[in-house]
Design a protein around this ligand. Structure first.
Ligand SMILES: NC(=O)c1ccc[n+]([C@@H]2O[C@H](COP(=O)([O-])OP(=O)(O)OC[C@H]3O[C@@H](n4cnc5c(N)ncnc54)[C@H](O)[C@@H]3O)[C@@H](O)[C@H]2O)c1
Length: 263
């Protein structure tokens, strides 16, 4: 029910962090995987781990904000595997400034990668899924998209848009038997959080979420299960959503956050 043998997947931002966890979970479930990332070095290293699972892998350089780059990556993956069954839109960025220091560039970057990136990939694969008679899309949003967040305005708004986009695409593609769902990760100590550490350091607000000690304290205070989430946790949720077990689930956003956010 949960196996993906014979399936092929394309994962954006699959080189490191959550994306790497998703790539490895898909490979362990039996899928061949195209790792499409703007950073080819990390993608190459994750590719070796996929090969160690006995699965086929393709590394393709991709900038999700550039439609030409998206077309090339999708064509390369289809050329390599003969078709794509699963698209995981995981690539995402967080803003460079917080609170009142947020710039227009922060908004533009968050929207270009976190929102339009999803649209670009989904649009590029839409005809392919239609021809194949079905497909699966999973968008990696965030619990930050469930409600406005103090300081993380562009990021939070972009993730709310990612959830909305998931619902619209589920409506539009349902007739072609394409399931479109989102996963909303909670708090994971990935390179994205290391970047936040730099942003929040020196900030006097109580929301100093970027430091490891504060990260741990926040989890103890706010997470019912009192533990951080891992890339493997997110990967397992993705495997479920693209498996036969979830064939009648679409347009949903699944929180994988230890209970931090319950809606
Ligand atoms: N870390 C968390 O706590 C957390 C929580 C909720 C949601 N998320 C979301 O999960 C996803 C992965 O986050 P992460 O923590 O692993 O971050 P990360 O920064 O560690 O990894 C992001 C990956 O995306 C790639 N990428 C960035 N811009 C790209 C672009 N324009 N085109 C192609 N690839 C690009 C990077 O090279 C990298 O491999 C993001 O969408 C993020 O918003 C993270």
């Amino acid at each position: 029910m949960f196996r993906l043998d014979g399936k092929t997947a394309l994962v954006t931002g699959g080189g490191r962090g959550i994306g790497r966890g998703i790539v490895l979970a898909l490979a362990q479930a039996g899928a061949d995987v195209a790792i499409a990332d703007i950073d080819q070095g990390s993608a190459d290293s994750t590719a070796k781990e996929v090969e160690a699972c006995g699965r086929q892998v393709l590394v393709t350089r991709l900038d999700v904000t550039d439609p030409e780059s998206v077309r090339e990556a999708v064509a390369a993956a289809i050329g390599r595997f003969g078709g794509i069954d699963i698209l995981v839109n995981n690539a995402g960025v967080v803003q460079d400034h917080i609170g009142a220091a947020v710039t227009e560039a922060d908004f533009d970057r968050c929207y270009a990668v976190n929102v339009k990136g999803i649209w670009n990939l989904s649009a590029a694969l839409r005809p392919h899924f239609r021809e194949r008679g079905g497909g699966k899309i999973v968008n990696i949003a965030s619990i930050a998209g469930r409600r406005g967040d103090n300081g993380l305005t562009p990021y939070s708004a972009s993730k709310a848009a990612a959830i909305s986009l998931t619902q619209s695409l589920a409506f539009e593609l349902g007739r072609h038997d394409v399931n479109v769902n989102a996963v909303c990760p909670g708090l994971l100590w990935t390179p994205m959080w290391e970047k936040l550490e730099g942003i929040f350091r020196g900030d006097a607000s109580p929301q100093v979420v970027g430091e490891r000690a504060a990260f741990d304290a926040y989890i103890q205070a706010n997470c019912p299960l009192r533990r951080e989430q891992t890339p493997e946790d997110i990967g397992h949720a993705v495997v479920f959503l693209v498996s036969e077990a979830a064939r009648n689930i679409t347009g949903q956003a699944l929180n994988v956050d230890g209970g931090i956010q319950m809606y």
